[in-house]
Design a protein around this ligand. Sequence first.
Ligand code: RIB
Length: 299
Amino acid sequence: MGSTMMDLVAYADRLPGAGETVVGSSFQTGFGGKGANQAVMARLLGADVSMVCCVGTDGYGAETLQNFADRGIDTTWARRVPGSSGVAPIWVEASGQNRIIILPGANLAMDPEVAVAAVNDGLAPGVVAGQFEIPQSVTAAAFAAARRRGAITVLNPAPAAPLEGDLAAAVDWIIPNEVELAALTGQTAGAELPGDDLLRSVADRVGCRLLVTLGEAGSALVTTEGEVLRIPAPAVDAVDTTGAGDAFVGGFIWALAGGRDEIDAIGVATTVAADSVTRPGTQLSFATTEAYEQLLADL
Ligand code: RIB
C-alpha cells in the first residue's frame, strides 16, 4: 500500500541558503517514493510483493510500472490516473544528508475501496505496509481489512504528520524516524536522541509497537514489557542517506513476514539500511538479491 515518486536528485558539496545559487557536483533520476522503496527492498530480499498504488498518465507513470514489473512486483492493483505522477526533488550534501520535497500528484488519487479490494484479493498477505505519502484514510481502510485477514500492519509515518485516529486503531507496528516521532506528539525534534521516557509515552499514546530509526545511532525498540532496547548500527562511510529508512522498513517487513522475531528483524533492517547509505540514490543504492544473501548469511 504505498507511494511512488520519481526522484530528481542533485548532489552538492554545500547546499544553498535562501536566495543563493550553488554549483552541484552531480545529478541523477531514479525510482523512489517511500512505499515503492520499501516494496522493492522486500522484493530484493525474496518476498512476494504486490504494490497497491496510483501513478499518473505521464512518462514517469509508465516507467514506474515497468520498474515494478522488471523486479517481479505484482501490479494488479496499481492504477494509472489522469495527471502527473509523484515527483521528489532531493538535495544531498557532502555528508550524505538529504533534504526532500515531495509533490504527491497521483498518489493522492488512491481510493480506500480499491485498497480494501486489493487486500482481500487472492491469498491473505502476511504483512501490509503503509506510509504518509498517500491519504491516511486509504491506509486506515487497507489496514483494517488486512487485520481481518490476519496480516500484520506496519506504518512508516513519513513524511512527518500527526496520526489520525482511524489509522492508529489499525496499526500493529509504527516505525518513525526522530522527526516523525516528534510529529506524533505534536512537537519538533530536538538535537538530543529521544529518551526512554519519551519513547515509552509515545508507544502508550499510539497504542501499538514502536520502533524508532535513529540514523547512525541505530534504532530504539519499545518492548511489550515497556523496556527500551537500543540497537546500534554499524559504522559506515555515508555517501547518501536517501532511502535508508525505507531500506530499514523493507527489511523489517520481509523478516517479519518470514516469521522472524522482532530482534532478528531489526538486525536485518539495520544491516540493509546501513549498506544502502554507502551508495548514491534511493532504489539505486539497494544491492542485489545475491549480495543480500551474503550480507545476511550470519543473521
Ligand atoms: O525516503 C526516501 C524517499 O522519500 C524518496 O525516494 C522520495 O521519493 C521520498 O518519497
